[in-house]
Design a binder for this molecule. Structure first.
Ligand code: HEM
Length: 358
């Protein structure tokens, strides 16, 4: 592996977006913190989705495909979140974020053109939902009305990647068909939610639950829980816990239906965004970062500390949300963030050590 420092400024912008989003998340939980910019608290969602992950996901592809133009979308996402925060009068920031997601679609069109398969089409659909959500947001739709599109970006991207990585299990035609049907129900849920939020939310929930159940038979992660290699075992735990939260999130949306604000809105969103997405990031980091930077991440048993902290604190946050227990919600949300910061700290430490040794 050859060390590659070129993506470092992009990663720096992504981590900065994450830190700003975490600060905003604490404000939204009720912690009394200085508002660093007037729009910070309200920008939490866009910063997480289009800032942090909108840089990271296209960046991984730009590095993998070694195409210069593919660095443009992560660059636009980086400029977009900065402008959204620093120039409060829209729409320049949202326009840049729209262009970033349009670039994300272009990258996936190229990937799908090179290899037309169920997993690439799923990821393309994910990029399209990101763009569609951003477009509606630019035209003034409320975040609770577009959040399923943003969720679609992350869920379909990760589902597509998992499908690709699980190809070694040679999924049967039947299970691929089932996967395709679940994706179709999921997309129908997102579209229906734009005019019938209740029905759309329940369909969305049903699809997430089905996807989690589908993974039990078809995702490699479940078989690797007892793998003899410690890193493979750790990754499997991250993925299985994430998939479990995906199923729980689906179940909650199916049973309780649409939420547009308040603690139950918080639970419905973060069971998927923190429980599923962040756990998947914890699990994929030891694969993605070496691919981006060309240096290994050495597994440490201490990685389990942030993993356990993330899931225990999220369980407490969901309990607090449903019990309307404000103080517990504030503290458990804070601990979610501590877990993420510990993960970032350990990853940066491991990467720096590997660069120093090269
Ligand atoms: C890890 C710590 C996090 C904390 C403490 C946090 C906190 C919050 C809070 C308190 C809200 C408002 C909920 C309400 O209205 O009651 C919120 C909304 C939201 N969060 Fe998070 N969040 C976190 C992580 C994430 C992540 C990882 C993502 C995405 C990947 C995310 C995406 C969103 C979105 C899209 C909204 C909706 C924003 C809106 O309606 O304005 N959050 N978050």
């Amino acid at each position: 592996m050859k060390p590659n420092r070129f993506p470092i400024p992009f990663l720096f912008l992504a981590i900065l977006a994450l830190l700003a989003a975490l600060w905003a998340g604490l404000m939204r939980l009720g912690w009394q913190l200085p508002a660093l910019t007037p729009s910070l608290a309200l920008a939490h969602g866009p910063l997480m989705i289009s800032g942090f992950l909108g840089i990271l996901i296209p960046l991984e592809r730009a590095v993998a495909l070694k195409q210069k133009w593919m660095y443009l979308p992560p660059l636009l996402a980086g400029l977009g979140w900065l402008v959204t925060l620093l120039l409060p009068s829209p729409p320049l920031g949202p326009i840049l974020l729209n262009l970033a997601s349009l670039g994300g679609v272009a990258i996936l069109i190229e990937i799908t053109r090179r290899e037309t398969a169920l997993h690439t089409v799923t990821m393309l659909l994910g990029a399209l939902t990101w763009f569609a959500g951003n477009l509606l947001w630019l035209f003034g739709w409320q975040i609770f009305q577009v959040v399923f599109f943003w969720q679609g970006f992350l869920v379909l991207t990760i589902a597509g990647e998992r499908l690709e990585l699980s190809r070694v299990l040679r999924p049967s035609r039947q299970s691929q068909l089932l996967f395709g049907c679940i994706v179709a129900i999921y997309l129908a849920g997102i579209l229906i939610a734009t005019f019938n939020l209740q029905l759309g939310t329940r369909l969305n929930g049903a699809a997430l639950l089905l996807l989690a159940l589908w993974s039990v038979r078809n995702d490699l992660a479940w078989r690797n829980l007892k793998h003899k290699l410690p890193l493979t075992r750790y990754i499997a735990w991250c993925l299985v816990l994430g998939l479990t939260w995906l199923g729980i999130g689906g179940g909650l949306s199916l049973v309780f239906g649409a939420q547009i604000a308040g603690p139950r809105y918080d639970a419905a969103l973060h069971v998927v965004f923190v429980g599923f997405v962040i756990s998947m990031i914890f699990g994929h980091a030891p694969i993605i970062f070496p691919a981006i930077l060309g240096v290994p991440i050495n597994f440490q048993p201490a990685f389990y500390i942030h993993l356990i902290l993330l899931h225990v604190s999220l369980a407490l946050r969901v309990i607090a949300d449903y019990a309307n227990w404000h103080t517990l919600r504030m503290w458990s949300g804070l601990l979610n963030e501590v877990a993420i910061l510990m993960f970032i700290g350990m990853t940066v430490y491991s990467v720096r050590k590997s660069f120093a040794e090269k």
